[in-house]
Design a protein around this ligand. Structure first.
Ligand code: SF4
Length: 382
């Protein structure tokens, strides 16, 4: 056979031979190689829970449970209820296990000595450990990252992330179709749309370290994409702060990214007063539920995360009473932006118009009675 690097074949042969070695060595103790890894983990982490064991070994839950049950039946492991939390079961080795562990470690050392013949084994172990870390942390993350649909990148903005020099990444796809939406192509994705390559984006962010200090993640609706967290984690590794724009339709995902500390700032759209919400989104009022939006609002109001609410104010869709209704909904402690509508030329439904600067100021003054920290954004004269 040609002398070539065959990582997968080598890995498989190494795995099978080490398993075979232990299966044979452990016959007197009636333990299989599949159980060995669990016995070693419990012996070195007395009191470990089944969940912790599953996470540590990365073996699926069903296989872990079966192997542990067998070790319990054989009298090598005991499961005991946690004294403080009766829902938690902890695993301990028994005296039977203590009696055989020296032999088990000896088999392991013998195997290591045999495998290390004519090999710089410490260097191999170091490399294997690094490769394993990459498998654990990067293998699936890479494909998750590639699955993201990135529709645009604004390389530099001083407006999208309050107080920061940032860039904005636009994720494609939205669950709503607000007629005044200025990102039509992110909602009605054109045929043969060419998404951005995530590697190009990461390369750009790598180069801008120290020049930009934040990344705004916008859309579309970014939380629609299941693997968004992978992108954010990678961006954070580069040292950037992250702002998330959301329409609030996915409260569970919103809570998840906030509670995991993945975002530093959240901007949530409030499209209109509750009665007009569905129509403003381009949705059927009969089948639309405001509950997820309300849940996101309540979550942000009660959380410590820095956040803002914002409404893009459109003359044909919003009255002063609508904005006052929103003000009552948000309450006096929130930061609320009224953004002047602009026809970008790529709107879903052309024909809408903006209030004038003076009118926007008047609307702001009215809302300020309910939300003192209400501000205008993007207001142009004329
Ligand atoms: S404005 Fe936002 S929520 Fe509405 S369709 Fe456009 S991207 Fe979606």
């Amino acid at each position: 056979m040609a002398d070539q690097s065959n990582f997968l074949l080598n890995l498989s042969v190494l795995y099978r031979n080490t398993q075979k070695y232990f299966d044979r060595a452990l016959v007197p103790y009636d333990i299989g190689s599949g159980q060995l890894i669990f016995l070693l983990c419990i012996n070195e982490n007395e009191g470990i829970t089944m969940q912790e064991l599953t996470a540590l070994s990365e073996v699926d839950k069903g296989t872990t449970t079966k192997s542990i049950q067998r070790l319990i039946d054989q009298g090598y492991v005991q499961s005991r209820t946690d004294e403080k939390d009766h829902r938690v079961k902890r695993l301990y080795t028994t005296e039977n296990a203590s009696a055989i562990m020296p032999a088990v470690y000896e088999f392991r050392n013998q195997m290591r000595t045999i495998l290390a013949a004519d090999v710089d084994f410490p260097a191999f172990e170091q490399a294997l450990s690094a490769v394993t870390d990459n498998a654990r942390n990067r293998l699936f993350a890479e494909s998750d990252l590639q699955s993201l649909k990135i529709g645009g990148l604004q390389k530099m903005t001083l407006l999208d992330y309050p107080g920061k020099a940032a860039c904005t990444i636009f994720l494609s796809g939205c669950n709503f179709k607000c007629p005044f939406c200025h990102n039509r192509d992110l909602v009605f994705i054109p045929e043969r749309y060419e998404y951005f390559d995530v590697n190009d984006i990461m390369e750009y962010l790598e180069k801008r370290k120290g020049i930009l200090d934040g990344v705004a993640i916008s859309g579309g609706e970014p939380l629609l994409q299941e693997n968004l967290h992978t992108l954010i984690e990678r961006i954070r590794e580069l040292g950037y702060q992250v702002k998330l724009d959301t329409n609030g339709a996915y409260p569970k995902r919103l809570k998840e990214v906030v509670e995991k500390g993945l975002v530093d700032y959240v901007a949530m759209d409030i499209k209109n007063s509750p009665d007009k919400y569905a129509r403003t989104l381009g949705m059927n009022p009969e089948s639309f539920s405001l509950d997820p939006i309300r849940e996101s609002v309540e979550f942000l109001k009660s959380s410590q995360i820095e956040h803002e609410f914002r409404t893009t104010v459109v003359r044909e869709l919003h009255t002063a009473e609508d904005l006052l209704e929103i003000g009552r909904w948000l309450g006096e402690n929130e930061t609320y932006y009224l953004q002047q509508y602009v026809d970008s030329g790529n709107v879903i439904q052309p024909g809408y118009s903006a209030y004038t600067a003076a009118e926007m100021e008047d609307l702001r003054n009215q809302v300020a009675a309910l939300v003192p920290n209400v501000k205008l954004r993007g207001v142009k004269e004329g």
